[in-house]
Design a protein around this ligand. Structure first.
Ligand code: ZN
Length: 267
């Protein structure tokens, strides 16, 4: 199975599903990461007294260390404007993501849910763009795409959770479709990945990332309802035997071959 995680910023993966990504790698899956920006606009750069470009370079190096640590199958970091995705024509963002998806042909795409967790505008734009693009690509025959999932935090229905002055958005338990239990070694990798972000150690402490993730990583799955939630993001995938391993077939080809199969059955 091939997973493609797409996030706007360096560190979104490590403040997020990285422990699940590691587990999926260990299960023998391919796990790819695409990041849309180099994250140079972070406030952190003022503390360090560096420019947006220099900060982007620092964070890129930190990400390379994460890639080494976790062992992603591939990682690509684009250079779209950090904190500026809402100023872009969404079709331009879609075009670069589409190119990457067409190259990789992932089975499962993972990104942010509609609330974006932190609510950062780049996160919200990310969700809107990937959902529309995923559906369009499916319509146009990209039958390798089997599932669109969104990394999230589960709402424990307690008091609102604030972190660094931001109220975190969470997903109601009834809307969680996959709850992936982490092993000791997955949590160790989460800690190691976070350690790679040397310029962020204070923030990581302050947010309490390791504690917030705990021992379960949660996902919503688009267009599917799983109650109780799946414990594996690749479980219960609708498999399309007509499309397996046959590249470049359009929706029309698929419909035709389905009709042919039906005819053959009728004979
Ligand atoms: Zn982010």
């Amino acid at each position: 199975m091939k997973y493609l995680y797409i996030f706007p910023h360096p560190d979104d993966e490590s403040f997020g599903p990285v422990a699940a990504m590691y587990q999926q790698l260990e299960q023998g899956h391919e796990v790819h990461l695409l990041t849309l920006t180099r994250g140079g606009a972070t406030k952190q750069r003022h503390k360090l007294g560096v420019s947006v470009e220099q900060m982007g370079e620092i964070r890129y190096k930190e990400m390379l260390a994460v890639k080494e640590t976790v062992g992603f199958t591939s990682m690509k970091v684009l250079d779209l404007p950090d904190s500026g995705l809402k100023e872009m024509d969404p079709r331009e963002i879609e075009a670069v993501i589409q190119q990457h998806i067409e190259q990789l042909r992932p089975d499962i795409v993972v990104s942010y849910p509609v609330h974006g967790i932190s609510g950062f505008h780049d996160h919200l734009v990310m969700h809107a763009v990937i959902k529309r693009l995923y559906l369009q690509m499916k319509d146009e025959g990209a039958s390798y795409l089997k599932r669109l999932a969104f990394f999230t935090l589960k709402d424990e229905e307690g008091p609102a959770v604030h972190t660094m002055g931001i109220r975190l958005k969470q997903t109601m338990p009834s809307e969680v479709d996959c709850a992936l239990s982490l092993r000791e070694q997955d949590i160790e990798v989460l800690k190691k990945a976070l350690n790679c972000y040397e310029t962020y150690q204070e923030t990581i402490e302050e947010i309490g990332v390791v504690e917030k993730i705990g021992n379960t990583v949660y996902f919503e799955i688009w267009g599917e309802k799983h109650n109780p939630p799946l414990n594996d993001l690749a479980a219960k995938l609708a498999t399309d035997p007509n499309s397996a391993g046959k590249p470049g077939r359009g929706a029309e080809d698929l419909r035709q071959s389905t009709r042919q199969t039906q005819k053959q059955k009728a004979k």
